[in-house]
Write a protein that binds this ligand. Sequence first.
Ligand SMILES: Cc1cc2nc3c(=O)[nH]c(=O)nc-3n(C[C@H](O)[C@H](O)[C@H](O)COP(=O)(O)OP(=O)(O)OC[C@H]3O[C@@H](n4cnc5c(N)ncnc54)[C@H](O)[C@@H]3O)c2cc1C
Length: 417
Amino acid sequence: MAGSIQSKPIVVVGAGICGVSTALWLQRYECDVILIDKDAPGQAASYGNAGLIAQWAVAPTATPGLWHEAPRMLLDKDSALFAKWSYLPKMIPWLTQFLLNSQTVRANKIAQALPNLVVDAVDQHRALVAGTGVEDRINDSKLRYIYPTLRDYENDAYSWGLKRAAGFKPRVITGPEIQELEPIVGPKMTCMVELDGQGHIHNPGDYVARLAQVFTERGGRFIAAEVKDFERDGNKISKVHTTQGSFACSRVVITSGIGSKPLMARLGLSVPLEAERGYHVLFKRPSILPNHPMMAAGKFGITPMGDVLRCAGTVELGGTHLGPSSGPIALIRKFVRDAFPTLEYLSTEEWMGFRPSTPDSLPLIGEIDQSGIFTCFGHQHIGLTAGPKSGRMIADMISGRRVNYDMAAYDPNRFLR
Ligand SMILES: Cc1cc2nc3c(=O)[nH]c(=O)nc-3n(C[C@H](O)[C@H](O)[C@H](O)COP(=O)(O)OP(=O)(O)OC[C@H]3O[C@@H](n4cnc5c(N)ncnc54)[C@H](O)[C@@H]3O)c2cc1C
C-alpha cells in the first residue's frame, strides 16, 4: 500500500467535514497526517448547516429556467434568493458560468455526476464513524417537503424528475394525513411530499469536532494555525507555511471550504469559487418538533435537533466580507410562523455561513496535475452529505487504492486548463 510508505506527512488544510473525513480515512490507511485549521474543527460552514444527509440532492443548483427566473427571484422578498447588490459586479464571471450551466443540456450533464456523491451518503457517514464512538450521531429519517399548494410541488418538476431518475419514490400527501403525520404543520401547507431512506445529524459542528478529536486520540496531529503559503520543489509540493511554522509534506490536501480560493491563488491557481451565503435560525426549547426533517418548499431545511429546531438554508450572493442581512432571516421566520402556527419557543439564535460553490455545482476532488496538491472543496449545498465520501475518494487516490467511480466530472483541472 503506497500510503504507508511516504517519507513526509500529508498535510490536510481545513478541519470542516471534508478535511476531517479526509484526515480520518488517510489515518485509517496508515498515512502520517497533519490536520491544520485556523479555528477549532467544525466551526465554519460545517457548523451551522441544516444537518441533512441529503441523499436526494441530485439536482444541480443552476436548473433550467433559472436564467429568466433569477432576476424575478432577487426582487421577490418571498423567494429564498438574495443579493448584496454592491458585490454582484464582482461575481459577474462566476454568475455568467453559473447561468450558462442552467441550460438544459448542461444541467442534465451535471446532474449525471451528482448521484455518485450523495445517494449512499448515510452509509458513507456510517463507514466514516465506524469504531469512533460517534456512531449514534447519525439518525435514519424520512425527508418531508412541505409546500403551500400542490401546484408549488408541481413547479419543482425538474428536480423531482431527477430524484425519480435516481431511484427515489416520492409519496405526495394532501388533506388531513399531513397533520396526522406531522402535527406541527398548520393548514397553510396543503401538500407534503415524503421520501424514505434519508438521514440527519444533530449538531453537525459538534459531530465534526468529535471526529477531529478521534483523529488526535488515534495519534493524528492537529495544528491550530492559519496556512499562509506553500513551497514547491519543481512541480511537486514540498512545504506548507503557517502562522505556527512550516511543515514539510509529501502531499497537501486543500479542504478549506470558501478559504480554498485564496489558498489556491497562493499556489498560482485561479479557481472560480464563490460564497453562497446561507443562514440559520435556531428555535430553542420548541413546544413541538417535526417527527422527521423537512424542506420548506425548497427554501431551507427544518431539522429537529433534540431541544432545538434548526431552520437553515436560503441563498445570498454577496461574498465573504459583508455582514449578515435581515432579509433571509425574516424569510425563515415568516415561513415558520405560517407553516407551524402553534409553535412556541424559549428563544432564538441566528447564524450566517458560506457555502463553497463552483459555477457547475460540482466539487473539485482530485490532484492538480501530478503535483501532490489535492483538492476536496466546492461542495456547495451538499458538503455535509458528500464530505465523508469525498474525503474517502481522496484518501483512496493518495494511498493508491482503486477508486471505483468516474472522477472526470470532479477533476480540479477542469477549471485550470
Ligand atoms: C445555511 C446552510 C445550510 C446547509 N445545509 C446543509 C445540509 O443540510 N446538508 C449538507 O450536506 N450540506 C449543507 N450545507 C452545506 C455544507 O455546510 C457545506 O458544503 C460544508 O460544510 C462544507 O464543508 P467544508 O469542509 O468544505 O468547509 P468548511 O466547513 O467551511 O471548513 C473549512 C475549514 O477550513 C478552514 N480554513 C480556511 N482557510 C484556512 C487557512 N488559510 N488556514 C487554515 N484553515 C483554513 C476554516 O477555518 C474551516 O474550518 C449547508 C450550508 C449552509 C450555509
